[in-house]
Design a protein around this ligand. Sequence first.
Ligand code: AP5
Length: 232
Amino acid sequence: MRALGMTKGPMMRVLMVAPPGAGKGTQGAVIATHFGIPHIATGDLLRDHVARRTPLGQAVQAHLDQGELVPDEIVLDMVREALADAAATGGGYVLDGVPRTMAQARATYQIGLELGMTADVALHLKADDRELERRLLARAALEGRSDDTEETIRRRLRVYHELTHPIVAWYGDRGIFVTVDAMRPADQVGREILAALEVMRSFVHRSPDQPRRAVDLSGLGAAFGELPAPTP
Ligand code: AP5
């Protein structure tokens, strides 16, 4: 897939880790257009299955409605398929909504390794819970997403803090991590993200004959009581 308004240059592989309402969907679309890469949003893919009443959609609907995570194997199959498609269209991507747990982070890295397309940048959008709640309740009035109720928004935020935030802390040590203040207006946040990613792009691709700097999750196991990932 190619988007209008893209800039020329080496493609980018970006994954976003951010709480509900921080702007993953909004900024994922901006990034995809700017770099001409597919925007792969696991929430959108899952909601599409629910809307089409596929067997997968029926299996995951309750998880989405309740703001709980869908089982890893379902999400990871989707990610594998979407990244394989992205490989066929140039190899860049912006991943929105995955990884959400340490197990998903490890598995996403493995899939990236197998396909030769691990992420160049882990982008964190930072915003406080009160603002996130406000945004999602405002959206509820307009769009009526089944998980945009007060109780479910709080559960989604809790899931984020308990299960996803530890990944953010880990990416902070990896050298490919970019954090952006997402409390400001969306267009301002978007401009800052693109500026940061352009800097990262020249950094990542400065020496094309050198191995790509990969998202190395091999250190995660010890921190989370799991076996380390195999050495690439
Ligand atoms: P998902 O669709 O990923 O939902 P989410 O993480 O809760 O995030 P949102 O889509 O609500 O917010 P966003 O960060 O994308 O912000 P947006 O740009 O939309 O996942 C839904 C569910 O699917 C999960 O709960 C889970 O059940 C399942 N799922 C998905 N991935 C999974 C995985 N990997 N593993 C297991 N389960 C998974 O913006 C929100 C609103 O704010 C919009 O109205 C927007 O216009 C507005 N806005 C955006 N930026 C700004 C700004 N800077 N200022 C003011 N308003 C803004």
